[in-house]
Design a protein around this ligand. Sequence first.
Ligand SMILES: [Ca+2]
Length: 296
Amino acid sequence: MNKLFTLLIIFFSAYVPANYSEIPASSQIIEELVNEHGFEKEYVLDVLSNAKKQQKIIDSISSPAEFTWTWDRYKKLFIEEKRISNGKKFIEENIDTLQRAEKVYGVPKEVIASILGVETRYGKIMGSYRVIDSLATLSFEYPRREKFFRKELIEFFLLTRENNIDINMPKGSYAGAMGYGQFISSSYRAYSVDFDGDGSADLFNSVDDAIGSVANYLYVHGWKREGTIVQMVDINNVRKAFKPDKSLTKFISLTFKEGEKDLYFIGDDNFIAITKYNISHFYAMAVYYLSEELKI
Ligand SMILES: [Ca+2]
């Protein structure tokens, strides 16, 4: 074979869009959707054949900010003037709903607002990838976490059917997280609540539903009403500085390097509840710092 021809084949095979309805790896998912969940086979094949691989999704998930950035850089991104002033505005505009959520679930309004602020700038940036592309790409092109994303892909089929959403429409993060609070499909199905009482939980369009759902998520994951999130520890005087509150069921010790200084904290149940939203300690700490700034 001549060299140019070989190169052309290599070039085109790299750019031919994968048809995910025809690859061996998808057969089990297709079977599960059809046999266990009662989807029409034709529909499933059609959806998967239209899902597109996006290399940017694989690149993004391979180097998340939470694990490659320093705390200083991470903090600067989230604890800044605009996010703080918009957060205060968000609280003002949604004060009744936030207070109602605080009453029902015990999560302070500033913490709910902070999570929405960190996730999507209070609903302004909800992600630009088609969720079906993200989930298909990560299910079939990212072996390291294929099991997790294949489960989410099935959950996404179920979620869109239950909520009467066109499966090709929702957009989200590179990891398939959606709406104001960036819920992945399984979380959306398990923890979203209809907080405006219109009969369905709509995390894309209803800010009330988003507020209730974030609060419910933390509540279910162990949030303690009136509890603290973190307590700073004086490392030179640890025994005196930290007496664990007896109501704490679990806590973790944390070190954050701020500038040249090492700061030490104890994170309690509420810190841990936030890490159930996102496993990164940077994330939970940014949510805490921003929530403190949002207190009026
Ligand atoms: Ca609703």
